[in-house]
Ligand binder design. Structure first.
Ligand SMILES: [Zn+2]
Length: 595
């Protein structure tokens, strides 16, 4: 680790950094816990140690320091993780911090692209305020947007020009970087080489898309005119090094803290719906931008909540998107309720026509997904005929099977049978089977550590010089009587810690699996072990070692007897006597058991 990384690590608080991504609850004097962002789970097995500044998941076994966490969750390299943490803590970056030229180039490109997007967003805003933006301003006013709302979402306008934005940005970056930004299009030449670039967005209302940190990384552009000449109603930035479509939830940057407070997120289809709802005070709202949910989006959202109220458009496309999203989210253990608005209105129009109170009431009355799906089944396959009932059931069965909890599945199946009027024993049995099918997965691994290992690991990891004697006792035993400890699962970690130079024990253990064992031991700690406890643990390790030697000897003795090798037998028997005596000695020395 570089000096800079070391100093960032000392200044950063892992609890604060992790809380920027997932919800944490205080779980002990020094621990916080939450749902692991790296595997699916419903009860928290992810812990953060506030004093020792590391995280560990008892479910999937990942562990590490603040950089490991950021690296994993942002999917970036170590230098990039250091940079992100430094930025979050407001620590200025040194000029030379990137280890490899590729990292440096990658980070430089991302930095430049962010700058270009920032400048473009500001420039679009300026254009909207200017004379050319009159029609766009009218359109936005017509949709009920105030100047404050426009400013809040940084809505802008791209003028009817092929080179206005290009001229604005061309001084900021080379042509390659401008191409990579996604803000421009280009014509391919007759000879296959790339032609000049020109403005991608023209005569459109510009909605910036921000990352979770609130920085603009892409745009959605809505045409002001209709007809062939105007092109598609909406166009989006293409994928770029900054922007991957399925990995962004629109408005999450503004909504995330409110989502955590409210305990749920409101999911709408379009950006306009999202903006409209947000500006009227319902701020825990996010949008998927017209697509069904992706797994990455689920993973992002899970960090903030697992309760979702879905309000998609009531048209067929909206219902389909809702069903697809429900399917994925259900599988991922989300609890989902659905809003259906009166009069077939979308959220934007509903809230403008009926007011925010009516909308809030609609959210409060959102139906559980089972009710919603049963209703959908009845709408799609109306009538009391047997054939219709079978079709309705076939629509519902996959949804039932996806639910992770057995009780919920049984309830769903029972409701479906009742509401669809299914009286056939065969169909009822089918429903019952669907409810039985999915097995709830076990989420927490059994602890891999014995008490001996726990005590020794904790003794070796002490930071306080007052506990130095206990530490030295453990370290000496492990260094001098290595054989006693070799069979322990955490042997490598024990050995690394016994000889550790660095102050942070988590850094002394390099192997991931071994570090996970150490994390497991340290997370459960309340106080450092006493000398007597360490002594007891060492003794127990010795006893176990003797026990395993004795088992081996007995097998060897039996083998020597079988062969009739009496010389060998005499040697082995003598050894066994010595070990028996040693074991008795250990037992006698031991203080009487307390319970
Ligand atoms: Zn995990």
């Amino acid at each position: 680790m570089t000096d800079f990384a070391q100093s960032v690590k000392q200044q950063a608080d892992i609890v604060k950094i992790v809380e920027g991504y997932i919800r944490l609850r205080k779980a002990g004097a020094t621990n916080y816990s939450g749902l692991c962002p790296f595997h699916k789970e419903k009860s928290p097995s992810f812990s953060v140690h506030a004093v020792r500044q590391f995280f560990h998941c008892f479910g999937c076994g990942v562990s590490g320091d603040v950089f490991t966490f950021v690296g994993k969750i942002e999917n970036v390299t170590f230098p990039e993780a250091v940079r992100i943490v430094a930025q979050k803590c407001g620590i200025p970056l040194p000029k030379q911090e990137f280890s490899s030229p590729e990292h440096a180039a990658e980070a430089r490109l991302r930095g430049q692209l962010l700058d270009l997007h920032e400048t473009a967003a500001a420039w679009f805003e300026e254009q909207l305020r200017g004379p050319e933006g009159a029609t766009a301003r009218e359109y936005l006013a017509g949709r009920g947007l105030t100047p404050e709302g426009i400013k809040r979402f940084r809505i802008g306008y791209s003028p009817d020009s092929f080179n206005a934005l290009r001229d604005r940005l061309s001084g900021m970056a080379d042509p390659e970087t401008l191409r990579a930004s996604g803000l421009f299009s280009q014509k391919e030449q007759g000879d296959g080489t790339q032609g000049h670039i020109y403005d991608r967005f023209r005569k459109r209302v510009m909605f910036p898309i921000a990352n979770e940190g609130g920085r603009v990384i892409a745009f959605t552009a809505r045409a002001l005119e209709t007809g062939e000449k105007a092109g598609a109603k909406y166009i989006n930035s293409p994928e770029t090094p900054l922007y991957t479509k399925g990995q962004v939830l629109f408005n999450l940057d503004k909504a995330k803290s409110v989502i955590r407070q409210a305990g749920f997120a409101l999911l709408v289809e379009g950006q306009m719906d999202c903006i409209s709802v947000f500006l009227r005070g319902i701020q825990n709202v996010i949008a998927t931008s017209g697509t069904a949910f992706t797994e990455q989006q689920v993973a992002i959202l899970r960090r903030h909540t697992s309760n979702l109220v879905v309000n998609f458009d009531p048209d067929a496309a909206g219902a389909n998107a809702a069903e697809k999203s429900i399917a994925l989210l259900t599988e991922e253990g989300f609890s989902i309720r659905l809003v259906t608005l009166d009069g077939g209105l979308d959220p934007d129009r509903f809230i403008r026509e009926r007011g925010v109170e009516a909308y809030t009431a609609a959210i409060r009355n959102a139906r559980p997904q089972a009710d919603y799906l049963i209703e959908r089944a009845r709408q799609q396959f109306p009538g009391a005929g047997a054939e219709q009932k079978v079709k309705a059931m076939n629509f519902l069965l996959p949804h039932i099977r996806r639910m992770p909890e057995k009780l919920a599945r049984e309830q769903f199946a029972a409701d479906a049978a009742q509401k669809l009027g299914i009286d056939s024993a065969v169909l009822r049995e089918e429903l019952r089977q669907a409810a039985l099918k999915r097995r709830d997965h076990v989420e927490t691994r059994a602890a891999a550590l014995t008490e001996v290992e726990r005590v020794l690991l904790r003794a070796l990891a002490v930071i306080d010089p007052n506990d130095e004697r206990a530490r030295r006792l453990a370290a000496d035993a492990i260094t001098k009587q290595t054989a006693w400890f070799e069979h322990l699962a955490a042997f490598q970690a024990l050995q690394a810690l016994a000889g550790r130079q660095s102050r942070d024990p988590m850094e002394a253990v390099e192997d991931d699996a071994q570090r996970a064992l150490l994390a497991e031991a340290l997370l459960g700690e309340t106080r450092p072990p006493s000398e007597a406890e360490v002594h007891g643990a060492v003794q127990e390790a010795e006893e176990r070692w003797i026990g395993s030697q004795l088992r081996q000897l007995r097998a060897d003795i039996a083998e020597a007897e079988r062969r009739g090798d009496f010389a060998e037998l005499a040697v082995l028997t003598q050894k066994k006597l010595e070990l028996d005596r040693e074991l008795r000695r250990l037992h006698n020395r031991r203080p009487p058991e307390k319970d």
